[in-house]
Design a protein around this ligand. Sequence first.
Ligand SMILES: C[S@@+](CC[C@H](N)C(=O)[O-])C[C@H]1O[C@@H](n2cnc3c(N)ncnc32)[C@H](O)[C@@H]1O
Length: 225
Amino acid sequence: MLLRAPGVYRAQDDTSLLIEEMYRSGVARGRSVLDVGTGTGALAVAAARAGASQVSGVDLSLRAVLTARFNARLHGTRVTVHRGDLFGPVGGQLFDLVLTNPPYVPSRGGVLPRHRAGRSWDGGPDGRILLDRICAAAPAHLAPGGVLLLVQSELSGEEATLERLAAAGLDATVRVRARIPLGPVLRGRLPFLRRAGLMAPGQEDEGLVVIGAVQPPVSQSPAAT
Ligand SMILES: C[S@@+](CC[C@H](N)C(=O)[O-])C[C@H]1O[C@@H](n2cnc3c(N)ncnc32)[C@H](O)[C@@H]1O
């Protein structure tokens, strides 16, 4: 069980899909883990319980940071939770596993909310404002052989994620696909999503994907001559 302060994202199907893939692939045991956008700390706590050697979490929201710290203690796990923007608080640290369930729902306007509940899910017009930033920054925070596990909606362009991660030198693939009933956020946004051509008339579900991306085990930079 996870406690949750008002305004903090409730762990949902996307959270569970990512946790299941982390358990299935056994990538957390004995590894250093970073959870970007930790919310209640659901992923961070799951990683610690899966045997991670060290777990850090980051969130922009102070309420989320306090909630994640509380939940980590509640579960008897050690998680260091920082407040800040994406990878900012961890500086140049490298991790064996980066987990992220970022805000990825297409939303109006190009500026993401910092203080409203929408901060947990709004991803900008194509849902990719934070996804693109994560794809650009994650490789620099993965140790050799490290793994990024990311969950997103099919509405926010899985191909773009795969292409950006591959362009950054990672071996990126879709690990899991699932269809889930529309939740209240997407339902409230149906007219916008239909106008944008992202949802078909009568569509009652949404596709989620878990993408895994692996950093090459050793530097592939050309050998010095
Ligand atoms: C979809 S929720 C996921 C929460 C949790 N990881 C889970 O799976 O249940 C996204 C989280 O990212 C946080 N967030 C949004 N923008 C962020 C940013 N720029 N840097 C760090 N965290 C951010 C939100 O506050 C929210 O807690």
